[in-house]
Design a protein around this ligand. Sequence first.
Ligand SMILES: NC(=O)c1ccc[n+]([C@@H]2O[C@H](COP(=O)([O-])OP(=O)(O)OC[C@H]3O[C@@H](n4cnc5c(N)ncnc54)[C@H](O)[C@@H]3O)[C@@H](O)[C@H]2O)c1
Ligand SMILES: N[C@@H](CCO)C(=O)O
Ligand code: NA
Length: 914
Amino acid sequence: MTGRVALPVVHRAMVASLATNIRQGGTSAQCWKYDLSQDRSLGGSVRIGQSQGSFLTHRSTNLLRPAAGTISVEQDDVNTYLPKGDMWSVHKFGGTCMGTPQRIQSVADIVLSDSSERKLVIVSAMSKVTDMMYNLVHKAQSRDDSYMIALEEVFEKHMAAAKDLLDGEDLASFLSQLHSDVSSLRAMLSAIYIAGHATESFSDFVVGHGELWSAQMLSYAIKKSGAPCSWMDTREVLVVKPSGPNQVDPDYLESEKRLQKWFSRQPAEIIVATGFIASTAENIPTTLKRDGSDFSAAIIGSLVRARQVTIWTDVDGVFSADPRKVSEAVILSTLSYQEAWEMSYFGANVLHPRTIIPVMKDNIPIVIRNMFNISAPGTMICRQPANDNGDLDACVKSFATIDNLALVNVEGTGMAGVPGTSSAIFSVVKDVGANVIMISQASSEHSICFAVPEKEVAAVSAALHVRFREALAAGRLSKVEVINGCSILAVVGLRMASTPGVSAMLFDALAKANINVRAIAQGCSEYNITVVLKQEDCVRALRAAHSRFFLSKTTLAVGIIGPGLIGGTLLNQLKDQAAVLKENMNIDLRVIGITGSSTMLLSDTGIDLTQWKELLRKEAEPADLANFVRHMSDNHVFPNKVLVDCTADTSVASHYYDWLKKGIHVITPNKKANSGPLDRYLKLRTLQRASYTHYFYEATVGAGLPIISTLRGLLETGDKILRIEGIFSGTLSYIFNNFEGTRTFSNVVAEAKEAGYTEPDPRDDLSGTDVARKVIILARESGLTLELSDIPVKSLVPEALASCSSADEFMQKLPSFDEDWAKQRSEAEAAGEVLRYVGVVDAVNQKGQVELRRYKRDHPFAQLSGSDNIIAFTTSRYKEQPLIVRGPGAGAEVTAGGVFCDMLRLASSLGAPS
Ligand SMILES: NC(=O)c1ccc[n+]([C@@H]2O[C@H](COP(=O)([O-])OP(=O)(O)OC[C@H]3O[C@@H](n4cnc5c(N)ncnc54)[C@H](O)[C@@H]3O)[C@@H](O)[C@H]2O)c1
Ligand SMILES: N[C@@H](CCO)C(=O)O
Ligand code: NA
């Protein structure tokens, strides 16, 4: 029948009515109507009747016009049109995603939430079903009649899932299909049982049912929401031909034709298609073999020129390294096809390279996403990711390892310049059926080395010895050597090509981790650098290399010694602030060790600071400072390490020199090193000045107050220090600020101890030693070469108590001296004065002094409160009026804050943003 339709200028609606006319004439042109009226990217030609009518889409006006005059439409010739291009989004859901009725419902929800105009959804069988189906075949052909029970289980599983998921007519029609499929399977299996043999196509026929059922269930689940959805048995569409053992090639032309035809019958907006299965050109059911469903998705994505193919799985995307080996591994946002390809070779759980080919030729991006964590954006695999920022470290995308390899080294002077040696070697390897994983030959041609799986190396070596017996005997070859126990570390990144310095960074990281490289290979494509090393070094190498490229350069591995009042407070401050620092300043602080005097806690990647106290109690090991330091220096994951000494211990302080020598930075509020023997101090400072390893100690004087940094600032800018004078003891400041006649002296001392101002032993404060240490520290910082013993100190510890064996005993006995103190105080008060304990650095006369003085009530030193320190710097520039720093100079929070500040100073000297 012929219809005649005039189309001078046709708007979309007109095309719809044209299609209606055709349909009324008896042609099934639904899809044509559908496409023409909705498809913005439509173009090309439609053969209608005798004449060739070209419909051109005018993209800006949405007008369709026939290229020439009037078109006669003849029903038989109406070509259906499969829309292609931007509007198609292809999704693939694997077995795990289809594991339960609830998950199938979630899959339906994900599909429905995709706003693409058209969606093609490829599904695998419900999880475990493919194995169950193979097992049916296996049982039947082994004449094990329990295949019948196993078939019943398959039936039950799908019936139960369908009953959970569907209802009403949908359920009824699915179950009736399931019944009928199971009957034919029963017949097929019985035939296999009788024959005792299943051909590949019989087996493929049986196995493919898992996908048929899951696709139908999902399409019903989607339809429930009212969305137009059809399901597709891809055996009607996908045509493949065998191309090797366990491998098939798609026949794109034939598949496309069949897809067109299929679509003309069922032009739904959403199509759920079976993954994994296909048919031969002769319509015999077959499968796409390994990774079949991903492959189906890629082929179909290419057939419809999809906008994107999304592979849904149960991981957030592709990691930069195996996260079981590298806890720092990150999800990559993009990968090029080549990179994905390289990585899949190295066993990264990406995609089979074959899967990438169909989409790669059309530049269709593949996105790998986690169906159980929809908020994760996943990894996009596309042509050339656009996130290049020009950084060296951005050139490397990922790291992978292969274990259980052996290197074979064929060496000898007779190889150089002799064509055919390598051909002879590798034909031997081929003949024993071994797989060569990498090859390296230096240009001197004296040796060829290659890696094979360890289990194949004995055969390879034996065959080489036979083949080269004469050459070995004649000395032309000196040896055929096998090195067992090797691993490969592969570094993958498209942009390594043409970026100088990448391999230097890699090898530097390996060298710093003290890892010996046995062999190296880099193809001239430069996508991959392969390094062979000892298997036992492999994970360490992987971590060291990964951290070099992926960790922020201002990542600091921190070891805390002495988690007492200050150390503990610091740990809590780090816990609260770490995330902010990382987010805002890219400073990544990881506490990888905490040691007290009896126990220590170690971690390779970072201790959970929300529970450091518990962990230190429960999971700690006996403290051992040498092991603790070894743990820090042996860690090659982190680019920088710092030990923070929060003890008051002299022996801990005596190690700073060695630590700095090892390249470990040191930060401390402990005064012992800087106020200890002068020669040691000078040696330490000389080393500090000569190296790029840092030593910071701001909290040793005035706790968190900027005393050391102020002094440094003055000196470094050329100012001359004349005198530093002040109240340097938080404890003694507190005591004399509060000893006003209302409480006894010993009570006030106890309060200061309680408030955390005192040294672990308050006698260190009362004796003036603590102040003397601070005076020495500032004096030495100003260039004076004084020993602690050079400072005359007025001790406030009653002579009788100096020999108390403990701080507790001292505190208990202190009240007996309260009367003396009360007397001193009243005498001062009577004179309108207060008692203040002061320290002085007299730079002009090169000396220091610590004493208890009386000051008039209106003197600045008399105005302090709490644990205030006040330090006055008189210098050439600040001569008339000294520069004064004042504020709380003791206490847990301010001191820990001062130590923390030093850590950030360190980070900033390592390059953190300001
Ligand atoms: N408290 C303050 O206001 C203040 C102010 C500035 C500086 N500081 C200095 O801070 C340091 C710590 O003071 P604190 O008040 O926290 O003392 P603390 O006694 O509360 O803590 C010291 C911790 O170090 C541990 N320790 C001692 N020797 C050790 C060793 N060899 N190995 C490992 N751990 C060891 C102790 O067990 C204790 O847990 C001292 O050097 C002190 O001078 C304190
Ligand atoms: N015990 C010291 C701590 C600060 O170094 C003081 O009281 O000042
Ligand atoms: Na300070």
